[in-house]
Design a protein around this ligand. Structure first.
Ligand SMILES: Nc1nc2c(ncn2[C@@H]2O[C@H](COP(=O)(O)OP(=O)(O)OP(=O)(O)O)[C@@H](O)[C@H]2O)c(=O)[nH]1
Ligand SMILES: [Mg+2]
Length: 295
């Protein structure tokens, strides 16, 4: 059988729904999602194998103006993911104004000489006329091969997007085993799930200043998985908030995380969490790398 593959980067400013789209395409939750910007920190591959075609969708951190070392890393990852791919899907909000983030990304796409399509997401939040205005604006602004309105939450338009992506597949062996859905090791998925719950449960800068390290990941003969995780935060006061009154907040975060870990692993999980402080780690080259944010 002749096989084809397509490497497709999903780019866009923070919070436009790149990870929601990646999950919908893959049909499994492999990337964490939150209503707070700058949720994704790494490049994450979502793999979809359909017949003789394999799509590798590269979910990227939102493109923004970095204010920390970690931010520098994230923006770098976002930029570099645009080069050397078969297609970039630029995801935008259905808003009839083009921001500096979109300008910057369109510039990068142009410089990469790779084809691009525009996905206007969250069409469930706008009227048809407003959407037409957005389409008109972007068709003037750059040379997209296609402009596809979608709703990543419900999957509206996503089939059409996938059909469009298929046109960019090139003859090649599959890049990943057919049953694989992500390139992330299980440990990393577990750490990300915990980080997602921190983003869900905590306010302001606190969740953005957290990192999660899995210190134990082992399977018993019975199939039960034991996971120990350390949550790092930036300040002693943050630690108190993460733990909460009589440990209530940490309990809530852990129990939400455990449920998702079990879903992903398909087995019972015992999760134990600790909280530690690493002062301003996001500004330390060494600590940022130490937490796995390095190429
Ligand atoms: N109404 C609506 N909300 C959506 C849609 N797609 C995503 N969202 C919401 O938008 C928010 C951000 O979604 P994410 O998928 O985390 O966005 P992202 O682009 O990956 O964000 P970063 O990782 O921070 O760059 C979440 O609250 C999603 O539920 C959509 O089609 N419609
Ligand atoms: Mg994301």
């Amino acid at each position: 059988m002749k096989t084809k593959s397509a490497m497709i980067t999903i780019a866009g400013r923070p919070n436009v729904g790149k990870s929601t789209l990646t999950n919908y395409l893959v049909g499994e939750k492999i990337a964490i999602v939150s209503n707070k910007p700058q949720t994704t920190r790494n490049r994450i591959c979502g793999i979809v194998t359909r017949g003789n075609t394999q799509f590798v969708f590269v979910d990227t951190p939102g493109y923004h103006r970095a204010r920390t070392r970690l931010g520098d890393y994230m923006v770098n990852v976002a930029q570099e993911s645009i080069a050397d791919v078969d297609l970039t899907v630029l995801v935008v909000e259905p808003i009839a104004s083009i921001g500096p983030q979109e300008e910057g990304l369109m510039e990068k796409i142009k410089g990469s000489h790779c084809p691009a399509v525009l996905a206007i997401n969250k069409i469930d939040t706008v009227e048809k006329d407003a959407l037409l205005e957005v389409i008109a604006l972007y068709s003037q602004a750059a040379d997209f091969d296609a402009i596809i309105p979608i709703c990543a939450k419900t999957g509206d338009g996503v089939d059409e997007l996938l059909k469009t992506c298929e046109k960019y597949a090139v003859e090649s062996p599959f890049l990943f085993p057919q049953d694989m859905t992500t390139d992330q090791p299980e440990r990393q998925v577990m750490a990300e799930i915990i980080r997602e719950k921190l983003l869900w449960c905590l306010e302001k800068e606190i969740p953005h200043g957290t990192a999660v390290e899995i210190t134990k990941f082992s399977e018993r003969d019975s199939g039960v998985i034991d996971i120990d995780a350390t949550i790092y935060c930036e300040k002693a006061s943050h630690k108190g908030i993460i733990i909460g009154k009589q440990g209530a907040m940490l309990k809530k975060i852990s129990s939400l995380a455990r449920a998702d870990c079990e879903k992903f692993m398909g087995t019972k999980v015992y999760l134990t969490t600790w909280v530690k402080v690493k002062e301003n780690w996001r500004d330390s080259d060494f600590l940022v790398r130490n937490f796995g944010y390095s190429e």
